[in-house]
Design a binder for this molecule. Structure first.
Ligand SMILES: Nc1ncnc2c1ncn2[C@@H]1O[C@H](COP(=O)(O)OP(=O)(O)OP(=O)(O)O)[C@@H](O)[C@H]1O
Length: 778
């Protein structure tokens, strides 16, 4: 496509819709969901809102709720806290309990001198956030209620400010404030921002914890952490007694771990908080009560309120800066092409400002990145430069964080991201969002023929996602969001997605619950997965079967001692099982090498389609005849040798030459260190090595992957041992052109066929030694 043709095409197709914030609110009301106002603030509407805000009455006493005004029966439980007349927040820098006056400078990474221009600017910015006007009312409500549901528009200041208000008001005297996030990148970037606002070094007063990475200390009072990390903490501290306040942010995402957390928090609160009689007199231990705050911009607040015994719902209205929303006038079938045309249209016609493009997955991101870079080179020299960055879950953390780096002068940054950039985060400089309307979602695919597996399917986003995406613009100034779908398409989108607990594999979560002495079916969940035990079609039954195969639970579904050991590892249960089994086979060192690489966020082997022959040739060096697991091990050993003798530059060059991702090696090294600590806790000697006897390594992996195994059939395909599904070996596997009697594999990928990835050959006789297989036969 020549560069001249895209410049007008997209904009002709995109038109500004009739104002539709009101329609959105109506739709949500009808769906009994988010009472949202003004997603798409056009300038006029925004002015009108701010006028209204100035004129409205304070809702600090919590009884001027929307529903209250409408005569809703729930009126006492809802209130709006956006208004200007609320008792004003104290000057944060001087408020009691505020740490700012005691600390040093701001420079982005550590404290700086108080009262520098930058420090003052950040404090001024905080005061301007819509939520600041309701600070006192908000604190009062959180103080009065055990559970508070807080709905506030994207960018109103919930995630960064509420934890600080709670800290500064002294509401969390007995413990830390946890703020949970569904995603790593949000947890770390928010902690960074709040550390700057508090003028402290990251890891002191403000810290974070995500899988394989933590920055916190004994001084930490506000901790941003992924929902997965706090669910793991339940295993060592079932009452979460280190925390006084737990804020569940972006609760609308309804991740599996968020659902497990909110169910557990209900139980914990019943134990930790006083049971008050109708007259308000407490009769239980009050020494360490827990407060819960549930937050989101797009939440079914009523449902959460009902779940928590009619908890109070509060609203924060308004966003700091308006975001103009444009819809495509026609459907865009080729959304990557449409995204590219829109990007260059913005680059050609619009004022400076970085662009964030939402795409469903890594493949689309990488292909669009290439196209954008290619066309950017052909731009006239007087145009500003284009710098692309990518963000997706399978990319290493530090690489994702590059999107947050300042944009160089005379450059427009273009960030291509999946929905990991959809909620919570503020990427400085982003003024424009391009939303393709697509995402990838994990889905448990049940097979009528037996068994099932998680796979990623591309699908249309929900209204809630569309609003979150638009909300990434307009965080530092006015913004615009270009939706590559029609307004009608938006109107027909589901309000929110199906909770993960109803559509994903539950193996790891059920194992964690077993360690807490809980059964999924007994837990008071907001939405219960299908517990009908109709064999393997149901995720619960399938997860229990996998755990039984791993030997993590017995025939009565009771946790076994090795199941308890497996749960201690921050790994998928299959890999944890392989590590536990490696003790018996005397090959822990090798198994740790392999599972560390397999647990890293990005792939070790880089595939470049244009250099397929060179890639195949380079890989031959590591290729092991038994398959991909020992091929990984060979690469780890080779890298270790190089790392011992060569400098950083030569190491990097070696990796480049062999199409290996050095970042994966480095990440795997850190993961391995953490696994070594866990092994030490349960008496597994990590120095024990199989040496030349690599068959032992495959057998250990086989214990973990017994449920992911298949036998060769006469027609050359493989049939699952634990189901009827027919699988093929993925073309990227070192076993793809071989036929072996039995295989184990890491996962299945569903395209037009079902492919097994991460495949190794294993003796068929191995399965006869497994108790689970023996029992099954019997
Ligand atoms: N890293 C950052 N750099 C610059 N400004 C930031 C940063 N993080 C937050 N802000 C500012 O604080 C505002 C509020 O952010 P915050 O994340 O608290 O809002 P929110 O209401 O939680 O939004 P969302 O629902 O989208 O998560 C942003 O709009 C932005 O102006």
């Amino acid at each position: 496509m020549p560069t001249t043709t895209y410049s007008t095409k997209t904009i002709q197709k995109i038109r500004e819709p009739a104002y539709y914030g009101v329609k959105t609110e109506k739709n949500h009301k009808r769906a009994k969901s988010v009472p949202w106002v003004d997603v798409s603030d056009d300038d006029e509407k925004s002015k009108r809102n701010s006028l209204k805000r100035k004129n409205s009455i304070v809702n600090g006493n919590a009884d001027h709720s929307r529903n209250g005004q409408n005569g809703h029966k729930n009126k006492k439980r809802r209130s709006s806290i956006q208004n200007g007349d609320t008792p004003q927040s104290k000057d944060l820098a001087n408020s009691p309990g505020s740490s700012q006056s005691k600390r040093g400078h701001i420079n982005g990474s550590g404290p700086s001198t108080p009262h520098t221009a930058k420090f003052k600017a950040v404090q001024e910015q905080r005061k301007q956030l819509p939520i600041a006007k309701g600070r006192e009312a908000l604190i009062e409500e959180i103080n009065k209620n055990n559970v508070t549901i807080l709905l506030g528009e994207t960018g109103s200041g919930k995630t960064t400010q509420v934890p600080q208000y709670i800290l500064e008001s002294g509401l969390a005297r007995n413990g830390m404030i946890a703020v949970t996030q569904p995603r790593k990148v949000a947890a770390t970037s928010l902690a960074q921002r709040v550390a700057v606002e508090q003028n402290v070094s990251l890891g002191d007063l403000v810290g974070y914890a995500v899988r394989f990475d933590e920055k916190s200390s004994a001084q930490t009072r506000i901790k941003y952490l992924t929902d997965g990390m706090i669910v793991r903490e339940l295993m060592s501290d079932p009452l979460l007694s280190n925390y006084s306040v737990i804020i569940v942010d972006e609760a609308h995402e309804r991740t599996l771990r968020t659902d497990l957390l909110i169910a557990n928090l209900k139980k914990i609160q019943a134990k930790r908080n006083p049971k008050t009689d109708p007259k308000g007199k407490g009769n239980a231990d009050t020494s360490n009560p827990l407060k819960i705050v549930i937050m989101s911009a797009t939440l079914d607040a009523e449902k959460f309120s009902k779940f928590y015994h009619n908890a109070k719902i509060l609203y924060v209205k308004g966003r700091q800066h308006p975001v103009k929303i444009y819809h495509s006038a026609e459907s865009q079938l080729d959304y990557t092409d449409a995204a590219m045309r829109t990007f260059f249209q913005i680059h050609t016609d619009q004022p400076p400002g970085d662009v964030l493009i939402f795409l469903p997955g890594q493949e689309d991101i990488e292909s669009l990145q290439k196209s954008i870079e290619l066309y950017a080179k052909q731009l006239p020299s007087d145009k500003s430069e284009v710098l692309t960055c990518t963000m997706f879950a399978a990319q290493e953390h530090s690489q994702n964080n590059k999107a947050f780096s300042p944009t160089p002068p005379n450059t427009r940054k273009c960030i291509l991201a999946t929905n990991i950039a959809e909620t919570s985060i503020t990427i400085p400089g982003i003024k424009y969002v391009i939303d393709t309307g697509k995402c990838k979602e994990k889905q448990y695919l049940a097979r009528i023929s037996g068994g099932g597996f998680d796979t990623l399917l591309t699908r249309d986003i929900t209204k809630s996602s569309a609003m979150q995406r638009a909300g990434r613009a307009g965080r530092e100034g006015t913004g615009a969001c270009f939706r590559l779908y029609t307004e009608d398409a938006f109107n027909t989108m589901a309000v929110s997605g199906e909770p993960e607990i109803l559509r994903c594999s539950l193996t790891s979560s059920i194992l964690n619950l077993k360690c807490l002495g809980q059964n999924l079916e007994e837990l008071d969940l907001m939405d219960k997965p299908d517990l009908d035990s109709m064999a393997d079609l149901k995720p619960v039954a399938s997860a229990l079967k996998t755990l039984w195969l791993l030997g993590a639970i017995d025939n009565h579904q009771k946790l076994t001692p090795s199941g308890r050991q497996m749960a201690l590892f921050p790994l998928e249960p299959q890999y944890a099982c392989a590590v536990v089994a490696s003790k018996e086979y005397g090959c822990t060192s090798e198994v740790l090498d392999i599972v560390s690489v397999l647990s890293a966020s990005s792939k070790l082997f880089i595939d470049i389609s244009e250099q397929r022959d060179a890639v195949t040739e380079a890989r031959r060096k590591f290729r092991h005849p038994s398959g991909d697991h020992l091929t990984v091990l060979n690469a780890v050993k080779a890298y270790r040798d190089i790392a011992a003798s060569e400098n950083k530059h030569s190491r990097r060059e070696w990796c480049r030459k062999h199409f290996l991702n050095e970042r994966t090696f480095l990440e795997a090294r850190d993961i391995r260190e953490q696994l070594v600590v866990t092994c030490g806790r349960i008496g597994i000697d990590v120095s024990v090595s199989a040496k030349e006897n690599e068959d032992l390594v495959i057998r250990s992996m086989g214990h973990g992957l017994a449920g992911n195994s298949a036998f060769l059939q006469a027609d050359g395909t493989y049939k699952q041992t634990m189901g009827q599904t027919i699988v093929k070996v993925h073309p990227g596997s070192s076993l793809c052109d071989k036929k072996v009697p039995a295989i184990i594999y890491d996962d299945l990928m569903y395209t037009n066929q079902i492919y097994a990835r991460g495949v190794s050959s294993i003796p068929k006789s191995f399965f006869l030694s497994l108790d689970a297989f023996k029992q099954r036969k019997a």
